[in-house]
Design a protein around this ligand. Structure first.
Ligand code: NAG
Ligand code: NAG
Length: 186
C-alpha cells in the first residue's frame, strides 16, 4: 500500500484509537498458558492493573466468570463509580478448542468478540490477560490486564506479571493501577 493511503487510513482511525494503545505493525504473538483449564479459572478476579488506563474512573473493578446452564461462559464485570456499583454482563467463548487459553469476550450482540488471551495463570492468585486487534495489518491496538484473586496481591506478583508482558514485547508505559481501596463489601 502507498504511504499516502496508509496515512489517510491512520487519520480515519485515529479518533477510534486515540484513547487506546496503538502501535505500528501487526499484533505480537505472545505465548499463552499451556493446558488452560477454564473450570479452574472461573470465579472472581480483581483488576490490579490495566493497559491503557481507561478514562472511566471506576474503582474496585472485578470480573466474575461462571458457566451458564446452557454451557456458555458468563462474564460479569462490576465497578464502583460515583457511589454506585455498576455491572456489565458479557459472554466468553473459546473459538478454537485446540487453543483453550485464547478466549473471546463480547458484551453485546452487536459487538464482535474481543480477544482475551490468558498469557499465564496459576488459577489461585494471578492471571495476565492480553488482547490485541490488527487494523488492516498496518497497526494494532492492544489491552492488557493483571488480574488477581486478591485485591492486594504482593508486589512480587505484580512485578512478575509486568516482566512477563515486557518479555513478550508488550509496552507497559501506559499501564495504570486500578484503585481497589475503600471498596463496597460484596
Ligand atoms: C459469580 O457468579 C456466580 C454465578 O452467577 C455466582 O454463583 C457467584 O456467587 C458469583 N461470585 C462472586 C464472588 O460474586
Ligand atoms: C481510591 O478510591 C478511594 C475511594 O473511592 C479514594 O478515597 C482514594 O483516594 C483512591 N485512591 C487513589 C490512590 O486514587
Amino acid at each position: 500500500m502507498r504511504a499516502s493511503s496508509s496515512s489517510l487510513l491512520l487519520l480515519l482511525f485515529l479518533p477510534l484509537v486515540a484513547a487506546q494503545t496503538f502501535h505500528w505493525g501487526p499484533c505480537p504473538t505472545p505465548k499463552v498458558q499451556p493446558n488452560f483449564d477454564l473450570r479452574k479459572y472461573l470465579g472472581r478476579w480483581y483488576e490490579i492493573e490495566k493497559l491503557p488506563a481507561s478514562f472511566e474512573k471506576g474503582t474496585c473493578i472485578e470480573a466474575n466468570y461462571s458457566l451458564r446452564k446452557d454451557g456458555s461462559i458468563r462474564v460479569l464485570n462490576t465497578q464502583f463509580y460515583k457511589g454506585e456499583v455498576t455491572a456489565a454482563e458479557g459472554t466468553a467463548v473459546v473459538p478454537d478448542l485446540r487453543e483453550p487459553a485464547k478466549l473471546g469476550v463480547s458484551f453485546s450482540y452487536l459487538s464482535p468478540y474481543g480477544a482475551y488471551w490468558v498469557l499465564t495463570t496459576d488459577y489461585s492468585s494471578l492471571s495476565v490477560v492480553y488482547s490485541c486487534t490488527d487494523v488492516l495489518s498496518i497497526f494494532h491496538v492492544d489491552f492488557a490486564w493483571i488480574l488477581s484473586r486478591s485485591r492486594s496481591p504482593s508486589p512480587e506478583t505484580v512485578r512478575f506479571a509486568k516482566k512477563l508482558l515486557t518479555d513478550e514485547d508488550i509496552e507497559l508505559c501506559r499501564m495504570k493501577p486500578t484503585n481497589q481501596t475503600s471498596c463496597p463489601v460484596t
